[in-house]
Design a protein around this ligand. Structure first.
Ligand code: B12
Length: 492
């Protein structure tokens, strides 16, 4: 059997980093970990090809070669997925589809032969068994959650690693919290299921042996969901692993409660973590209560962020406007919070209700749902009717973006952050692409960009005040360029 595993194209989004990747001559930020895991779940004797359309095009030869096309996608890839499905159908290749897009809206894709939904560890084996007996069904689904200790090492060797800026690894799925707008618990449940530390070391070894010497993203929705296991098993194993390795910093996603645990932060930094993404959402206590983000309530969130930064972890964060309790004062409060905390990578979106969430069910009951979601949670669109006047909400949203991503305020935020941030313990070794990126940034941002004065001032400031963080300053300047491009598209 010959299987081509296809990952559709992403549009320009906040996390696509498309405008920043050009500086380092990379085509995508991360490889499709879901498909590489699916590949490892398919029989070893099958011939397999990966085509990530974000880094190479899908050729007629790929389709002529394959018996089956395995397609994975997020909602934001819907359009590209449709085009690929049409091409597979025209070429007479049978289509197997799975992943978040197809799990949430299978009814939208009539041409798919087999939907193998939810977690592949549970649904691929029955599909393969039926296929072997010549009677594969149209849809495979399950209400259960997989035991990650059985998940195989992803087949990274199928991907051309040199095209990506970062690699991905998954340690856990599931989150103990209950934020009403989040579809992670709907997709993966509340109980954090973890891999054994030895599995993670085997995955890291596999990447290292393939020559990978750049950042690795632990894609867990909440890395600290099981703190005990993290402290006693995973982090000690990672600290040990890093001892004979070079150039592999980690980053991940956590909750703000990390700030309460100094020893945990120290261990994470020692293990090589240098950044964490946190759902902060809003500084408004009533809106936090409304969405059940109770772990963020009754805290000094700015102080928490600074404590995490001082420990040596950059805080990137998500923010939401459009809660029922939001009044027009929320826009300035969000701006003040973001600027004061020095959260450089601030992903701000309008409240959306993904299918399967508690928020979706509530708004459906209240008759406040609109059209289907775009799949990009920060494109200024929403599928809900807000309580605030929609014009005021959109105007306020744009005002936040214009402010925080204007060169003046963005670069000021970078300095606020660098003042606090302790330099990372583990860094990527300098590679030719970094010099290239620096050269390009001097040209693009320092000569032709409208941010040129701020750019040079930041570099001078970093050189004298935080010389060890000079490469971080250059990186953040480049990221700022990407964020501005993304939000300029949204605002125009
Ligand atoms: C890592 C990650 C990213 C990374 C890397 C993405 C990439 N290249 O794959 C980055 C940071 C780039 C990213 C970006 C975005 N992301 Co993202 N991301 C994730 C995250 C945290 C983990 C995904 C992952 O690697 N999981 C590990 C693998 C092993 O699991 P998996 O992909 O689900 O695959 C399993 C099953 O789904 C199934 N499966 C998957 N594919 C297939 C295919 C077949 C044929 C079969 C049989 C089975 C199967 O089997 C696998 C093994 O069980 C998820 C949340 C989550 N927990 O899933 C969000 C998530 C996928 N992202 C999401 C979103 C919204 C985005 C953005 C649009 C955000 C934005 N506004 O910019 C962007 C869009 C991407 C882009 N490049 O522009 C949403 C998608 C929701 C949806 N319904 O589509 C999620 C679910 C987060 C959320 N809470 O809503 N993301």
């Amino acid at each position: 059997m010959k299987a081509v595993l296809i990952y559709p194209e992403f549009p320009d989004t906040f996390w696509s980093f498309k405008h920043a990747l050009r500086f380092i001559r990379k085509k995508a930020s991360s490889p499709p970990l879901g498909l590489l895991t699916v590949a490892a779940l398919l029989p070893p004797e099958w011939a397999k090809r990966l085509v990530d359309v974000n880094v190479e095009s899908l050729s007629a030869d790929d389709l002529a070669w394959a018996d089956y096309a395995f397609i994975s996608a997020m909602t934001v890839q819907r359009e590209s997925a449709r085009q690929i499905i049409d091409r597979c159908q025209a070429a007479g290749v049978k289509i197997v589809a799975g992943g978040p897009l197809f799990t949430s809206e299978p009814e939208q894709f009539e041409a798919v032969d087999h939907f193998v939904l939810n977690e592949g560890e549970l649904t691929i084996p029955p599909f393969l068994a039926d296929l072997a007996h010549g009677c594969p069904q149209h849809i495979y689904t399950t209400p259960d959650f997989a035991d990650l200790q059985q998940t195989p090492v992803p087949l990274w060797e199928l991907a051309d690693l040199s095209q990506y800026a970062s690699m991905s690894i998954q340690f856990s799925r599931g989150c103990p919290y209950d934020c009403d707008f989040c579809n992670v618990t709907a997709l993966f449940g509340h109980r954090p299921r973890v891999k054994a530390a030895s599995q993670i070391i085997a995955e890291l070894d596999a990447l290292y042996n393939l020559g990978w010497r750049s950042p690795v993203f632990f894609v867990d929705d909440n890395l600290i969901g099981n703190k005990r296991y993290l402290k006693t098993e995973l982090l000690p194993a990672l600290i040990d692993w890093q001892k004979e390795k070079a150039g592999i910093p980690f980053h991940s996603q956590v909750t703000i409660t990390l700030a309460d645990d100094q020893p945990l932060m120290q261990m994470m930094v020692e293990a090589g973590f240098d950044a964490v993404f946190i759902g902060i959402e809003t500084p408004d206590e009533e809106s936090l209560a409304e969405c059940s983000k109770l772990q963020n309530k009754n805290r000094d969130l700015v102080a928490d962020v600074k404590r995490i930064q001082r420990a040596g972890l950059e805080v990137q964060a998500g923010f939401i406007v459009g809660f029922d309790h939001d009044t027009p004062t929320i826009f300035q409060r969000q701006i003040d919070f973001i600027q004061e905390s020095g959260i450089v990578t601030a992903m701000v979106g309008l409240l959306q209700a993904p299918p399967g969430t508690r928020l979706y069910r509530r708004l459906k009951r209240e008759g406040r749902l609109l059209q289907q979601m775009s799949g990009d949670n920060v494109d200024g669109s929403t599928n809900i009717i807000p309580l605030m006047n929609p014009d005021v909400l959109h105007e306020g949203y744009q005002q936040v973006l214009q402010y925080i991503y204007s060169p003046k305020h963005y670069y000021r935020r970078v300095r606020t952050f660098l003042r606090e941030y302790q330099s990372p313990k583990i860094r990527v070794g300098l590679q030719p692409q970094h010099f290239l990126a620096f050269g390009r940034s001097m040209f693009q941002l320092g000569f032709i960009g409208r941010e040129r004065l701020y750019y040079w001032w930041l570099l001078l400031w970093a050189l004298f005040r935080r010389p060890r963080l000079f490469p971080t300053a250059v990186t953040l300047a480049i990221w700022g360029y990407h964020f501005r491009k993304i939000y300029e598209l949204r605002i125009s």
